[in-house]
Design a protein around this ligand. Structure first.
Ligand code: PLP
Length: 474
């Protein structure tokens, strides 16, 4: 048993650290070991419990209702509001889109109006549920253009979306105007506050300027907020709220069309681990309102410090002044953003590269959490060294032959062998001496290659990559 746990720990050493405040994507670190201890114990205690049946596991129902109640208070939900604990932001968004679609059965070819900056989860929902995404270009400040959004609404529109904030640029869309335009046409409006919903209320209380984004805005019909982000809960929970029970109704599913128990679900899952629910409940109880106010203060102090660091690096530019805890920067011609990323990563700071999109060039994304604050001086030094190293390294060499090849190809016309060749040429997969798949460690060349590829080609290449990664180990 201890041997097994040792092996587990050894495996885990290959992963990004989830503590230490230096992993600025995927994980959110409170910096408080007590939060992790509380979460671990609660997850372990409920790992085998099944939230499928609230009558069989009433404690999980109670925890969910208390979590939804806490979230209601944060996002100015009216007394009529109801909510559901889901497995994450993507599931909350999937359900918001599904409920919107099914609330309008008379619309044969439903559409949803999205700012171009909306999270990819909406594209996944479009793909799963057959709702056509109508993408509306954003303004020069990366915020949704409310007039263009209003003009995009038509008789087939079942949902209009705004972000608070958007993941890629960290800015809050003009929710008031967007929700009003949706309401004027009798259309639902979802606010994606997956990453901002648990910090923006505290930002306002800390005296920071926060544009309106919550249920306080008339016309907002649903809102998602991820507890496994800035509630610092263990992975596997988000909350989806609807302004009233009637709006949620199409989300609920029952089936008596089989010989087993009558299935009754509020989410896409049926058997649902009690672990994440209990872990989230325990962390929220432990921290409480005062704890979150303190953690938000730390996260925003870290954001301000990082924005200050960027200001001292002439080679770097803030893409947009952050409305929340997300910081995005780009580079000038003196260094390559993907090389800066690799240099930061090699010095222990994980940051996330973002490829060019539309008229926007490549950038680097940072999700800043409270646990980052004690390390901002280290960040400043590492950032400075990373920029200098990237400048010394010069531009990324992309094989022009491969670029021309990738640019000319139609991904839909490619076969498996073509993808094997392309994956090897792009550096995404190599083979080690024993024939095993080997992951790249420096990503700049791979990212530079993907950056010149069309979105369709990026998708096809990465799908082929994932297919090669997920192979059984026998
Ligand atoms: C994280 C995020 C999502 C998706 O959430 P997952 O928990 O990764 O499924 C959706 N929208 C925004 C703005 C996010 O930051």
């Amino acid at each position: 048993m201890t041997d097994l746990i040792d092996r587990l720990r050894a495996l885990q050493r290959r992963d990004l650290p989830v503590h230490g405040g230096r992993t600025l994507a995927y994980v959110y670190d409170s910096g408080d070991p007590e939060v992790d201890r509380v979460a671990r114990e609660a997850v372990a205690a409920y790992a085998a419990s099944n939230a499928l049946d609230p009558t069989a596991f009433p404690s999980l129902l109670q925890m969910e209702n208390e979590l939804v109640g806490f979230a209601c208070g944060l996002v100015d939900a009216p007394p009529s509001a109801v909510g559901t604990v889901t497995s994450g932001g993507t599931e909350s968004i999937l359900l918001a889109v599904q409920a919107a679609r099914d609330s309008r059965p008379e619309v044969l070819r439903p559409r949803m109006v999205l700012p171009a900056t909306a999270h990819a989860a909406f594209h996944k929902a479009a793909h799963y549920f057959g709702v056509e995404p109508v993408l509306v270009p954003v303004g020069p400040d990366f915020r949704a253009d409310p007039r263009a959004m209003a003009e995009a609404i038509d008789d087939r529109t079942v949902l209009v979306v705004a972000s608070a904030p958007s993941y890629a640029h960290g800015v809050v869309d003009p929710v008031t105007e967007i929700a009003a335009a949706a309401a004027a046409r009798g259309v639902r409006c979802h606010v994606d506050a997956c990453i901002g919903g648990w910090v923006l209320p505290y930002a306002a209380r800390l005296g920071r300027e926060v544009p309106p984004w919550s249920f306080s805005v008339e016309g907002v019909t649903s809102l998602s907020v991820d507890t496994h982000k800035y509630a610092y809960a263990p992975k596997g929970t988000s909350v989806l709220l609807h302004r009233d029970a009637a709006l949620r109704k199409p989300q609920l599913f029952a089936s008596a069309a089989w010989p087993g128990y009558t299935m009754l679900n509020a989410t896409t899952q049926s058997t649902r681990s009690g672990g994440p629910v209990a872990g989230t409940w325990a962390v929220v109880q432990h921290l409480g309102d005062a704890g979150y106010l303190d953690l938000a203060g730390r996260a925003f102090a870290a954001v301000d410090a990082i924005v200050g660091c960027l200001g001292r690096e002439p080679a770097l530019q803030l893409v947009a002044p952050p409305d929340s805890t997300l910081v995005t920067f780009s580079t000038d011609g003196s260094c390559d953003p993907f090389t800066v990323t690799d240099e930061l990563v090699s010095r222990g700071w994980y940051v996330q590269p973002q490829l060019s999109h539309g008229d926007g060039g490549p950038s680097v994304h940072l999700s800043v959490s409270a646990g980052t604050l004690p390390h901002v001086d280290d960040f400043a030094a590492v950032l400075h060294a990373s920029v200098a190293a990237a400048q010394a390294a010069g531009p990324v060499a992309v094989d022009p032959g491969v670029v021309a090849f990738i640019e000319a190809l139609d991904p839909t016309a490619l076969g498996d062998d073509d993808f094997d060749g392309l994956l090897a040429a792009s550096g995404l997969v190599g083979a080690s001496a024993d024939g095993d798949l080997e992951l790249p460690t420096r990503m700049a060349e791979v990212n530079a290659m993907l950056d010149v590829a069309s979105p369709a080609m990026r998708e096809a290449l990465l799908v082929a990559f994932l297919d090669r990664l997920q192979r059984p180990v026998r």
